[in-house]
Design a protein around this ligand. Structure first.
Ligand code: UTP
Length: 291
């Protein structure tokens, strides 16, 4: 029987250099899309998939993330005194279940693979989800719920992929796959940041996966790859062919909030999509575009 996915690793130790100066003293993952930080979207995505245990791999300057998921006593007391019930609910809803999350530090940003390896003592021998919070996905069921459902069928490891233009393969881990059936394909390889002419396909990993704990054995070798970093995709590539490994075509919207234009797009798109902000956002855009 396939073991249920109960835990998620959220690597948030990166420096966020593409967002300087915003990220000089503030974590990139606390950048706000409409009214909530990126990291909260990732956590809510997990909760909707039945995952409620979290390992946050943090670094220096990331304390705001821990505070965000804690209760905020003074704020809550003030809101209560002032009778601001909806605001009080907003403040309380982002607190995580007591004891269900750990915050561990990656002392040096040696790469995503190294960040995930830092989570190993809290994962043990279970399959676990990984979400890069600067990739924002919106769908029902959530991307992570789609992955968990796929994992129940296939076991092993499953990564979420989407088609990207061939001239952008250098920005992604690109999957080599066998024939696809119902959005799932067995993987034969995974290449980090290939040149367009060398890319085995145009199916890009979008920062969401369910992995077997066996990945830690490969990550423990601390081998560096593209950009001199310890890459998660290299460790995944080593498991392919030895253990069940599938790519799942994600159906939903996705915004790369790790760069400025993707982040701006996410803000506008989500504001246009939400019933409480759609009409005002459309009117605002009309006014701005008319100059
Ligand atoms: P990015 O590749 O976007 O790197 O990391 P970054 O440092 O966050 O941002 P830039 O490129 O300098 O602007 C993808 C995800 O992996 C995490 C990041 O926090 C982000 O969620 N990460 C990356 C780590 O946790 N540790 C690392 O050593 C590298």
């Amino acid at each position: 029987m396939v073991q249920r996915v109960r835990k998620a690793v959220l690597p948030v130790a990166g420096l966020g250099t593409r967002f300087l100066p915003a990220t000089k003293a503030m974590p990139k993952e606390m950048l706000t899309v409409v009214d909530r930080p990126l990291i909260q979207y990732a956590v809510e995505e997990c909760l909707a998939a039945g995952i409620d245990e979290f390992v946050f791999v943090t670094g220096r300057n990331k304390g705001a993330i821990e505070d965000h998921f804690d209760s905020a006593y003074e704020l809550e007391a003030t809101l209560q005194q002032r009778g601001k019930a909806p605001e009080l609910k907003q403040a309380r809803d982002s607190a995580l279940k007591p004891g269900n999350s750990v915050f561990t530090r990656q002392q040096q940003p040696l790469g995503l693979g190294h960040a995930v390896w830092c989570a190993r003592p809290w994962i043990g021998d279970e399959p676990f989800a990984v979400l890069l919070p600067d990739e924002l996905t919106i769908s029902s069921p959530t991307c992570t719920a789609q992955l968990v459902a796929a994992h129940e069928k296939t076991g092993g490891s499953v990564i979420a992929v989407m088609e990207v233009p061939r001239d952008q393969t250098r920005s992604y881990g690109i999957a080599a796959v066998k024939a696809e059936k119902d959005g799932l394909a067995e993987m034969t390889g995974l290449v980090e940041k290939p040149k367009p002419e060398d890319a085995p396909s145009t199916l890009a990993w979008i920062g969401r996966c369910v992995l077997e704990a066996g990945v830690f054995e490969y990550l423990a070798r601390h081998e560096t790859g593209a950009g001199g970093e310890i890459q998660l995709t290299d460790a995944m590539a080593r498991m392919i062919g030895k253990r069940p490994f599938h790519a799942m075509r994600y159906t939903g919207r996705r915004y790369d909030c790790g760069n400025r234009m993707g982040f701006l797009e996410a803000n506008v798109a989500i504001a246009l999509h939400r019933s409480d902000t759609a009409a005002d956002t459309r009117a605002l855009l009309d006014r701005l575009l008319k100059g």
